[in-house]
Ligand binder design. Structure first.
Ligand code: ATP
Length: 243
């Protein structure tokens, strides 16, 4: 029996995935996968290309259904993709307020745009934005509905290295304000170490290994523990010795 269950707002804000199976034809992409994410936990999902990371995120977002197992997610979820997916015919503010209701919708959008550093850009068209700015709008759009779970599918992969580091700072700042659980997919081991409370590595359709990251901000930048974790992650990914 398959089920995707969105719990009532305020009841449970974490994620509970048990024995989830997803097949495409003969191919079993998710093979009895288990994963739990606690309230406000930031989990990074690492894995080689094609291992099923996006498939898992789509199930959690409710964009797809499992062939088996149980998926429990909070009711209020938001997803951010690698490409910004803004509506090109709407200005920045309208892109953020889209789908919002209530008299304070515009003010909430303005507040979140300020948080992501885009005050003054409300009237810009998406085509006038840099890649980093466009992803800031995407983050604002995700956060404005005060989600309990934010799903991020390689959100910074298309950005240059400096912009990516700025986005990491932004994610850290936003976490202290918005109390959401986050699941962020990346190929980038350094991004994972920079941001994660926990890093999970997918292999053979399941979560292979899981590493809690208890490093200070400074130790995430440079430390022996950081290098050890990095080596372990590369090993988990089958990339040991390549970097
Ligand atoms: N709708 C679909 N129909 C058929 N096959 C699919 C579908 N969606 C995904 N797949 C297949 O499932 C596998 C996992 O795809 P998925 O996009 O989840 O991988 P990924 O880990 O996110 O990869 P990447 O890191 O390259 O984005 C791939 O082999 C893909 O071709």
């Amino acid at each position: 029996m398959s089920s995707t269950i969105a719990t009532e707002p305020g009841r449970w804000t974490g994620v509970f995935i048990e024995q989830v199976v997803r097949r495409f034809g003969d191919r079993v992409v998710l093979d009895h996968l288990d994963l739990t994410i606690a309230d406000e936990e930031l989990v990074i999902l690492l894995g080689p290309s094609g291992c099923g990371k996006s498939t898992l995120l789509r199930l959690l977002a409710g964009l797809d259904r499992p062939d088996g197992g149980r998926v429990e997610v909070p009711a209020r979820r938001a997803i951010v993709f690698q490409a910004d997916r803004l509506l090109p015919w709407q200005r920045v503010l309208r892109n953020v307020t889209l789908g919002l209701h209530g008299p304070d919708a515009e003010q909430r959008a303005l507040d979140v745009l300020a948080e992501v550093g885009l005050s003054g850009r409300e009237k810009a068209w998406p085509k006038e934005l840099s890649g980093g700015e466009a992803q800031r709008v995407s983050l604002a759009r995700a956060l404005v509905s005060e989600p309990e779970l934010v799903l991020l599918d390689e959100p910074f992969a298309a950005l240059d290295a400096i912009t990516r580091l700025r986005m990491h700072d932004l994610v850290r700042a936003l976490r202290t304000k918005h109390h959401a659980a986050m699941l962020l997919v990346t190929h980038d081991v350094d991004e994972a170490i920079a941001l994660a409370d926990r890093i999970v590595v997918m292999s053979n359709g399941r979560i292979g290994t899981s590493h809690e990251v208890h490093l200070s901000a400074a130790d995430r930048e440079a430390s022996v523990a950081r290098e050890e974790l990095r080596a372990r992650l590369l090993d988990d990914l089958g990339l040991a010795g390549q970097h």
